[in-house]
Ligand binder design. Structure first.
Ligand code: PLP
Length: 372
């Protein structure tokens, strides 16, 4: 009980289930390069994510980066509309492709891209929109679709947070031209490290397959300047094991989630993340936005007080990606005021399947003791 509590804890399948499959890999000596378990895992994911088209990667970031490359934008069209309220990966994927991120603000309702502000940012150089389903909250996919059609733009969703999430019954793998997932150890579902891109167009799928294998497209032919981003067999097997238990994992997260809601509902100055009826959630994160003027304590004070009690929450996402030092001030954070507001006030509280409900109560008690 009085042990350190971190913001997340990786889910682990029963060890024997993993070892059984590892033994088979040992015998076969086939460790990577789209082996038997890579194929099997891919097939199982198609079922779980309800999608026909999925390519696996060594991590979510490479899925994003190579998805942009696969689009092969032409004619000097190099601007990608995105948000700064995300993990470094989203923005880096754009810049590492030689493209320019154009930052759109987020909405205060669910922290995803503010669709009312996209149109003003579209120029004749815009090639794509890269929105993020932040915290597993689904973007306004209908409006984004409409804009993309109207201006002939591609849509690549950073769906890293939405494994297992459904919107109006539809798996988030099925929105946009491509939706990418992360299977990092800290995510709801993981393969230690891993990721996937779910795509609509067969040609893009072939491209993605080649790009993760150096751009090799035949025994004596290299068509693209690809990377190496293949998911290895040990990771594929971890995915197969975790996938068997994923529904149970999500159900356990919901119990912790509901306990937080019980403790923290209707507290002035404290905004919780609402899950609308049309969303089937994966309870990936528990973000809380603190308004210091009303609550009486700042986000940083709460962060520090929890840390004194060995509870390590996260300022997620802080800082905004458009303020990273690696960009040397070329972006203007005042262009995304809602993102800036939330980023300065948000904490994500610990949530994972094995989180003890007594610990949830204790975390909430420490927070509420700071209320003035
Ligand atoms: C985790 C994450 C990524 C990157 O995924 P990796 O598997 O860690 O490379 C990208 N975008 C978001 C929003 C993420 O949370």
């Amino acid at each position: 009980m009085s042990e350190k509590i971190l913001v997340t804890q990786s889910s682990m399948p029963p060890l024997n289930e993993y070892v059984d499959l590892i033994e088979d890999i040992w015998q076969s000596r086939r460790l990577t390069n789209m082996g038997k378990y890579h194929k099997e895992f891919q097939a199982e994911l198609k079922k779980y994510l309800v999608t026909e088209n999925i390519e696996l990667f060594t991590n979510g970031h490479m899925a994003l980066e190579l998805s942009l490359q696969a689009m092969n934008f032409q004619n000097g069209r190099n601007e990608v509309i995105t948000t700064p309220f995300t993990f470094a990966s989203t923005t880096h994927a754009i810049i590492r492709n030689g493209l320019i991120p154009v930052f759109c603000d987020i909405n205060f309702e669910n922290y995803t891209i503010d669709v009312s502000k996209i149109e003003k940012l579209i120029t004749d150089k815009t090639c794509a929109i890269m929105p993020v389903h932040v915290y597993g909250n689904v973007c306004n996919v209908e409006e984004i679709d409409r804009l993309a059609k109207k201006y002939e733009l591609k849509i690549i969703y950073d769906a890293a947070h939405t494994f297992g999430v459904r919107y109006k019954g539809i798996s988030t793998a099925n929105f946009g031209d491509i939706s990418i997932f992360s299977f990092h150890a800290t995510k709801v579902f993981h393969t230690i490290e891993g990721g996937a891109a779910c795509f609509r167009n067969e040609k893009i799928g072939k491209k993605l397959y080649n790009l993760k294998n150096f751009g090799i497209n035949g025994p004596e032919s290299v068509e693209d300047v690809g990377a190496n981003a293949k998911l290895n067999e040990f990771c594929a097997v971890m995915g197969l094991c975790n996938l068997k238990h994923i529904d149970e994992e999500i159900a356990k997260r919901k119990i912790a989630y509901d306990r937080y809601i019980e403790n923290l509902s209707d507290i002035e100055g404290l905004k919780l993340n609402k899950i609308p009826d049309e969303i089937q959630s994966n309870y990936a994160y528990f973000p809380v936005v603190f308004d210091e003027k009303v609550f009486g304590a700042s986000r940083n004070e709460i962060f520090d007080r929890l840390a004194k009690n060995e509870i390590y929450v996260r300022k997620y996402f802080y800082p905004l990606t458009n303020s990273f030092e690696c960009f040397h001030g070329i972006f203007d954070v005042s262009q995304t005021p809602t993102a800036l507001y939330v980023s300065n006030r948000v904490l994500t509280l610990p949530i994972y399947s094995e989180l003890d409900l007594n610990d949830v109560d204790r975390i909430c008690k420490i927070i509420l003791e700071l209320k003035k």
